[in-house]
Design a binder for this molecule. Sequence first.
Ligand code: PGA
Length: 253
Amino acid sequence: MKNYLIAGNWKMNKTLSETEAFFENWKNLSVNLSDIVEAAFCVPFPFLQVVNEKLKDSKVKTGAQNVSTHSSGAYTGEVSAGQLQSVGVSYCIVGHSERRSYYFETDEQINQKIKQCLSVQLTPILCVGETLDEREKGIEKKVVETQLTQGLNALNSSEIAQIVIAYEPVWAIGTGKTATSAQAQEMHQFIRSVLEKLSDLQTSSKVLILYGGSMNASNAKELLSQPDINGGLIGGASLKPEDFATIIHSAHE
Ligand code: PGA
């Protein structure tokens, strides 16, 4: 039986009152999670505790969208993995393409962030994915392999087993242009083969590999039915309670 994780990435959206209104609606949708499906909301830092409180009677978890490469100290404006863990956060997105491109995050920093997360049992969601230009040049697999190899540098199999990967082709993020289920499956299978090289068959077969990039209530079922797709990292559609609930239901079908 396949396991799934459906994670919403709110990015820098919503105010506190909008967040509260979202969860009022969410509560009324009574989304039930089975043992094979997990769900999480990766919300802006200021709302993590509020959302944790809203979700306290449910199995849905919270996640952050970034973390410091350091564990504590004089790093103004940064938030550590230990701080996130101390307020009950379960997941942390690491290496999102928006951070790689707008904030020039390197694979080396991403690797440090993953190690910070693992040191406090915070599950990192490592994002990888090629740009349109890279796909057109036919180097998408090479790009993704480098991001995986460097992002997971010096991690052993038991550490790799604790990581979630999100394949997010940059050209599909926020564009309404989704990878076809065949394109996504092909890359997910490739990612699993790279993970096998970095760990072993047993580990690689269990790592959750999410698809991200314009996944929505209408295309989720088809994408999630692919053998190597274990869920989604959902931006735009996670801002609407009904749409996000529909995507979670699709994982149960
Ligand atoms: P999108 O964003 O669903 O709005 O394309 C996905 C992401 O950036 O994680």
